[in-house]
Design a protein around this ligand. Sequence first.
Ligand code: AHR
Length: 497
Amino acid sequence: LKAKMILDKNYKIAKVDERIYGSFIEHLGRAVYGGVYESDHPEADDQGFRKDVIDLVKELQVPIIRYPGGNMVSAYNWEDGVGPKNDRPRRLELAWRTIETNEVGTNEFADWAQKVNSQVMMAVNLGTRGIDAARNLLEYTNHPGGTYWSDLRKSHGYEAPHNIKTWCLGNEMDGPWQIGHKTADEYGRIAAETAKAMRLVDPSIELVACGSSNTQMPTFAEWEATTLDHTYEHVDYISLHQYYGNHENDPANYLAKNIDMDHFIKTVISICDYIKAKHRSKKTINLSFDEWNVWYHSSEADKQLEPWLIAPPQLEDVYNFEDALLVGSMLITFLQHADRVKMACMAQLVNVIAPIMTENNGRAWKQTIYYPYMHTSVYGRGVSLKPILSSPKYDSKDFTDVPYIDCAAVYNEEAEELTLFMVNKHLEESIPLSCDIRSFENFRIIGHTVLENDDLKAVNTAAKQAVVPHGKGNSKVDDGALEIILPKTSWNVIRLK
Ligand code: AHR
């Protein structure tokens, strides 16, 4: 087996929007309470935020974080989470059937986001509420002062507005599980009217309309078309959500699932452009893939949990090595669509289907999926290039002609650095790849990091990091040719300068 590739600095897809390395914190399980916030933890800062978690989030360089849900937002009263903490109500949180103490709300989250150098992507409740609650929240967060809601914010100790730029118009409103679930026409109308009112409050915001909850939804495609028909001139992005799992323990098929994600992205782009043509619009709608990850390990454990607990351990998937490979391939897929995918949020960030885990009153630690996420976020900034790759292929249960090798390449023109992200999906063999990089004259390898493990099911725990990258990858540059050995089932980051 052998692979060949050509990489040229002129074959540009687009500049990478750094927000594709976004993430998500929902008031769900131990994401907020016991995750980012644990006021009696030895590492808690003066606001009760865990400094060890802040450090791990900062290492990931997460540019934007979606908040506060998720399914939770569809019955959330944002007013419950602002003002003096002692006056905040405890509520039944209906989406996940827990008790929400409201100790953390909009202002605290905005503070925390600043501490981790992120922007907030705020979602409004279009389930139980609508235009009024959304425009009031926006006035509260973004208006400088002199009005009821902006002065209320000031009275809560926040003199300066938070200036939140990116807003999601509800969450997964196509899903029958969603509180306040709507048909595409119902949703399209309320989304358009909410968007109009919100833009009157603050014309500088960017708005995301809800797309389908996943590709298997019976309304998929028609939902996007109808929703965009109503909202086209009022929104900037449409959302995509997708989670994958290896339920059948078929690694070859599992590792190919980013092909499904690629089809999903291409289909949604087509729908956006169809509605653009239909409306004779000059505007292009881009994609916000604002929930994506592996999610399946915890499904059975979640069924055993009692309702109405505070911060129970929900959706606590422990990720293995093969999950990290698929996560790497999904990140490569986003980079290959850098021209239209402008935001993406790994769902989620702490404890809940997350790269970062915590023990209550104990350690914070990195899951296997932390590494490909960190590598792409830190090194994948610049222009996404189009690699001309010819890779050997395989067939699996659901896919044919799956390239063994996935590749994305990012050229940071300022730093004159080229980074290749590659996955080898072959379960038994390493694959040598020869890449023509003649347009990168005099470039030399400055690092080849590899994540590999003989056991696809190896996991990390609080006590032991069994799956960690090493820097001993095998690659060299020889007369304009980059020669790389991609070990079997591996994630590779090759950096040149
Ligand atoms: O991320 C977990 C859940 O998955 C979110 O609350 C919901 O939007 C999606 O179904």
